[in-house]
Every structure is written in C-alpha cells, then in structure tokens.
Design a protein around this ligand. Structure first.
Ligand SMILES: *Cc1c(COP(=O)(O)O)cnc(C)c1O
Length: 397
C-alpha cells in the first residue's frame, strides 16, 4: 500500500476530517480518490493460501457477499462518524433493520418500539417478523411511562426513531438506554433523520444505530443502502453473521456514492437545518397554518431535549393546515418547484401528504391516535434558495 498513512485512531480527529478521510486504504496505484472494486470474488496465491483465508487463519477478502474493499471503506468511515467499533453496510435501510433483528433476536423475544416509525419498519415488525415468534408492542415515542409499562421479562430490544416521522416528536435516548439496560435489553436507534452530524446515539447510551443511507448519507437521491453500527460483539458477530450468510449486502458502486456523500454530509446538514428553521419560522406566521412541528421552534414541546441531544433540529418540517385535506392537496398541487414524493433527505425539496401516502394504509383511528391529521403536510427541505421554496408554497397557502 503506497501513500497510506495508516491512521488508526480516527477519534482524535474532527468530524469533518473523519468524513473526508476515514477508512481509506490506498492500493499500490497510489490513487487519491477512493476506487470502486467491482468484483464478486478474490483470487489466492495457492491452494494453501485459499485454505488459510477460508478457515479464518488469515484475514482478507473471499467473496463480496462477505467483504469488499469499497464497502469496507464506507463502513469504516461511517463507524468513525458514529463513534462505533464496527459498521456493516446493507443493501437498503430496511435490510439494515432486518439484519439487526435477525442477528440479535430469537423466537420468543419481545420488542418495544415507537409507534411513530417509518411505515415499512412497522410492517416488517407486525406482518413479517411476528410470524417467526417475535412479538412487538408499539408505544408513543415521547412517553417514557408508556415504554416502561410495555416492558416484559422477555423484552430484549427497544427500537426508536428520533425525531419521529412526520411529527418530529423527540425521544430521550439516555432514558430509553437506561430502561433497556435495566431489563437486559438493547436500545436500537434509527438515526436516519439526524445523521451522525446532528446526533450520536451510541455516545448517549444506545447499543446499535441503524441507517437508511438512501436518505441524507447519499443526500442526492441516487442509491439504496443502509448500515448498522455498534460494538464488535453485537454488529461484528451478530449482525454481520446474519448478513454474510443471508446476503442483503451493499453493492460497491453504491458504497462509493455514499463515501462521496459522507464527505459533504456536515456541510449539507448545516444548510438543510438552517433552511428548515427559516421555513418553519415563516410557516408559523401564515394564516392558513394551524401548527408547525419542528424541534427548533420555541413552540415545540421537546425543544429543550432536542437541543441537548441534537446539534440542530434537522431538515424535516411538518405543519397542519386549518382547512384539512382539501387545503393540503391544494397546497401540494399548486407547487411548481417542489417534488411531490414521499422520499426525504435530498438536495431537492420534497412535499408529502402523510395521511394519504406514507400513512394511507393506517386506519383512521390509528392516524388520529398518532396525531396524523388530514391537514398535515411534511416537507423535506432541500438546498434550493429558501425564498424560492417559500414562494412555491405561498402559491397554495
Ligand atoms: C427510508 C427510511 C428507512 C428505510 O430505508 P430504505 O433505504 O428505504 O430501505 C428506514 N428508516 C427511516 C427513518 C427512513 O426514512
């Protein structure tokens, strides 16, 4: 390896330095940028060499379902950002969550999860994993008493997204970690909305962080991917053990796109957060708006908690229109610039009506209980000029 300075302790470096450089191992070509290793398998010098690799006597690549240099580069960089011992990359955010459950739970175990989770996560828990002997209870994300009441002797995992989607409810990671550990359970945090730039759940006591890299880590809406970060014992053995055998691994091309995404993650998140705060403040002054949900506003019930565990309030803003669904659809249809899509974490601003899209398959009763009203609109604030975003919304307000 030429030009490889072999920095081992990335913890001594700042976040932005880690985001640009951590995990790179230059090849003998001395390339400056990270190469993409598009190969499914690896060759050995001899039969004995192959045998040493296969039995684990010598570390190294065997097959890209197990390890790939570009994917490893992404894993090491993200682990350095989340301050975790080990990261494993996955084909999507959902396969990161699946691998976490399959790697760390067994039939008979019980999971307490927030009811305000990404829709597919709730479906994975309730419709699929529940068929394999796992049971789930869903609770209000910010209500610690509700989490406590749901605990059972067989509870082995707590699962939360904070801030939640779409109402930006904030859960106390430290308190949930304590509750989990008192019961010999693990706390898993889906850190998709915040990214390690805004929030580092492992440092707050969580055991495992999962990501949909599809969102802010890419940040430009190009590739599907995910990741799981935590200790060597949990992630390196449990989760990786499932992944290398079951196979939802990340492609090296996607890993390379995410590596490039990480390099600008901090700059992008700062810009997303500044624009979202400005938009949320402006929305609160609009006559048609009943309420704005954004943890950076004084009106947010958990603003104090958000300011303690997050660096900034994030790039997602939701708001409730006084005139309900008709007004929400009119606002969405009047936009010329914003993308009507349920995706988020893109440079392009997106607008969604949760009640009829992401939460459309929920019963009306479940939506009401979770606070997803018919007038609710969610915006993932992109990197366009903020005045243009406001003008586009003003058309339909
Ligand atoms: C999108 C998303 C996921 C799922 O990720 P995919 O990459 O779409 O599989 C999980 N959690 C959250 C919070 C998400 O926004």
């Amino acid at each position: 390896m030429s030009n490889n300075k072999k920095i081992k302790n990335w913890g001594a470096y700042g976040l932005q330095t880690r985001a640009v450089r951590a995990g790179q191992q230059r090849s003998n070509e001395g390339e400056h940028s990270e190469p993409i290793f598009v190969t499914s398998s690896y060759v050995f010098d001899s039969a004995a060499h192959a045998a040493a690799r296969f039995c684990g006597e010598e570390p190294g690549n065997i097959y890209s379902r197990f390890t790939n240099p570009t994917v490893r580069n992404f894993e090491e960089r993200l682990a350095a950002l989340e301050q975790g011992e080990r990261c494993v990359a996955t084909a999507s955010g959902m396969s990161a969550i699946l691998a976490t459950c399959m790697g760390l739970l067994k039939a008979g175990d019980h999971v307490v999860a927030s009811r305000a989770l990404f829709g597919s996560t709730t479906l994975l828990f309730q419709n699929i994993l529940s068929r394999f002997g796992l049971s789930f209870d869903l609770v209000a994300p910010e209500d610690l008493d509700a989490w406590q009441r749901a605990m059972r002797s067989e509870t082995r995992m707590l699962f939360v997204e904070t801030p939640s989607n779409p109402l930006m409810e904030v859960s106390d990671i430290r308190q949930l970690a304590d509750l989990a550990h008192q019961n010999e359970a693990l706390l898993v945090v889906d850190n998709c909305f915040c990214t390690p730039v805004l929030q580092r759940p492992l440092a707050l006591g969580a055991d495992v962080v999962v990501h949909s890299a599809t969102k802010y880590l890419d940040g430009q809406g190009r590739c599907m991917g995910g990741a799981v970060i935590g200790s060597e014992a949990l992630v390196g053995e449990g989760v990786f053990g499932f992944l290398r055998t079951a196979g939802p691994t990340m492609s090296p091309f996607n890993a390379w796109v995410f590596l490039k995404g990480l390099e600008t993650l901090q700059l992008r998140m700062q810009a997303h957060c500044a624009a979202a705060l400005e938009l949320a403040t402006w929305l609160e002054d609009q006559a048609a708006v009943a309420r704005v949900f954004y943890p950076g506003l004084a009106s947010h019930p958990q603003r104090e908690l958000a300011s303690q565990q997050q660096q900034a309030a994030g790039g997602i803003v939701s708001f409730d229109l006084k005139a309900g669904k008709a007004a929400a659809w009119k606002l969405i249809d009047a936009t010329e610039l914003l993308s009507i899509t349920a995706n988020l974490g893109d440079t392009k601003t997106t607008i969604t009506h949760p009640a009829t899209t992401t939460h459309g398959r929920w019963t009306e009763e479940a939506r009401t209980e979770a606070g997803i009203s018919d007038g609710l609109v969610r915006i993932s604030v992109g990197l366009e000029d903020i005045e243009d975003i406001k003008a586009d919304l003003e058309r339909g307000l």
